[in-house]
Design a protein around this ligand. Structure first.
Ligand SMILES: [Zn+2]
Ligand SMILES: [Zn+2]
Length: 383
């Protein structure tokens, strides 16, 4: 089939974006060392740079991404207002444009014609190229954001985006400069360098996080888990998990995985500023992990040269593990269905004896133990 997006290398340039990206990058590359050598930056310049950078990043990850694009929780209006102010400052377009494009990215991930920043079109395209030209794949008609269009705060931001973006990017650094007595230093660090840095680390999520890292949950798309990318992207580097469980407010789902965005959201819940945080059931997470383990073990087994009797032994073990996995999945589905049925009929007394929640937890635990066994088995298959 014809591929209009790919066969149109000369889609018209979006000059506003070309100029914005090149001029800010050039300004950062020239002005930061020049001002640093001739005048020097104050501690306040650096401190405000860090604060604005973090605020911009978190407004995009916790606000634009996890709140508005995926609706993984609900937030108080004061929090949404802050997300909007600093999200506007991050200069990644209005929340309408951002979320419409991002929902399309999830729906058509990797599709070269329909994913607005498909990683299959290369690093440059998925990082920044998709914004430099008016590609057909980047067109948004907002049909996929009916919920957001009802939000008056977001509609206001979309309508007055350009003046608001200029006001935030010039006004906030100048205000900080007046307070701390170094307007130019603040404009260069907390204005220009902060913007360039903030842009490119966010763009890594579309480029690097679809190319570099592991795929523990699914190989159905190119998204990767990469703890290094998570460090610079406020937790968004656990992108393989995110693409399979996009409704979860966490990207780094394990407690030890670096995801400041999930900590911010959980913290907001604690103080009553966020609620209805969506969490993927442990069973679903382990089922996905195990399914991947089996796929990989099968592939390893097929490649194994080894002694036939040993291979047969490993094959039998794998088959046995797989059978018990399927049985656990079936048990879970049956229990869950029964539980929902009973709940509907409001005869929960009976369940108090059987305690389905406990049984469901037992299955989760069994899957956890199986995961550990599969890791051992796969290590043996690797020899
Ligand atoms: Zn993605
Ligand atoms: Zn997403």
């Amino acid at each position: 089939m014809a591929d209009p997006a790919r066969t149109e290398p000369h889609a018209p340039l979006v000059w506003a974006n070309v100029l914005m990206f090149t001029l800010t990058l050039a300004a950062a590359a020239i002005l930061v060392p020049w001002y640093g050598v001739h005048h020097g930056f104050t501690v306040a310049d650096w401190a405000v740079f860090v604060v604005f950078l973090g605020a911009n990043g978190m407004a995009v990850t916790a606000g634009y991404h996890r709140l508005w694009a995926h609706r993984t929780y609900e937030a108080h209006w004061s929090v949404r207002l802050l997300y909007l102010v600093f999200g506007t400052m991050a200069l990644q377009n209005s929340a309408f444009e951002w979320c419409a494009g991002h929902r399309t990215h999830h729906l058509h991930v990797d599709d070269v014609d329909r994913d607005p920043y498909s990683a299959r079109r290369g690093f440059w395209f998925s990082h920044i190229g998709w914004m430099l030209r008016a590609y057909p794949s980047g067109r948004n008609d907002f049909a996929n954001i009916p919920d957001l269009k009802k939000d008056r705060m977001l509609a206001f931001q979309h309508r007055y985006y350009v003046p608001l973006a200029i006001a935030a990017n010039v006004g906030l650094p100048v205000a900080a400069g007046l307070v701390f007595g170094d307007v130019w230093g603040m404009l260069i660090l907390a204005g220009v360098l902060r913007l360039v840095w903030s842009h490119h680390v966010t763009f890594f999520i579309n480029s690097l996080a679809h190319m570099w890292g592991s795929r523990p949950y699914t190989e159905d798309n190119s998204a990767r888990d990469n703890p290094l990318i998570a460090v610079v992207t406020y937790g968004e580097g656990y992108h393989n998990f995110h693409h399979i469980f996009a409704h979860d407010y966490r990207n780094g789902v394990r407690w030890w995985q670096w995801d400041p965005t999930k900590w911010l959201i959980a913290g907001l819940e604690r103080v009553g500023l966020a609620r209805r945080l969506k969490r993927t059931p442990v069973f679903q997470i382990r089922r996905a992990l195990l399914a991947m383990q089996f796929t990989r073990a099968e592939a390893q087994l097929a490649r194994l040269p080894g002694v036939p009797s040993q291979v047969e032994h490993l094959r039998a073990r794998l088959a046995h593990e797989y059978e018990s996995f399927l049985a656990a999945v079936a048990d879970w589905a049956r229990l869950k269905e029964q539980w929902l049925e009973e709940k509907k009929r409001a005869v929960l007394e009976q369940w108090e004896h059987v305690d389905p929640q406990k049984k469901l937890r037992d299955i989760e635990r069994a899957l956890g133990a199986q995961l550990r066994r599969m890791r051992v088995l796969r290590a043996q298959l690797a020899y």
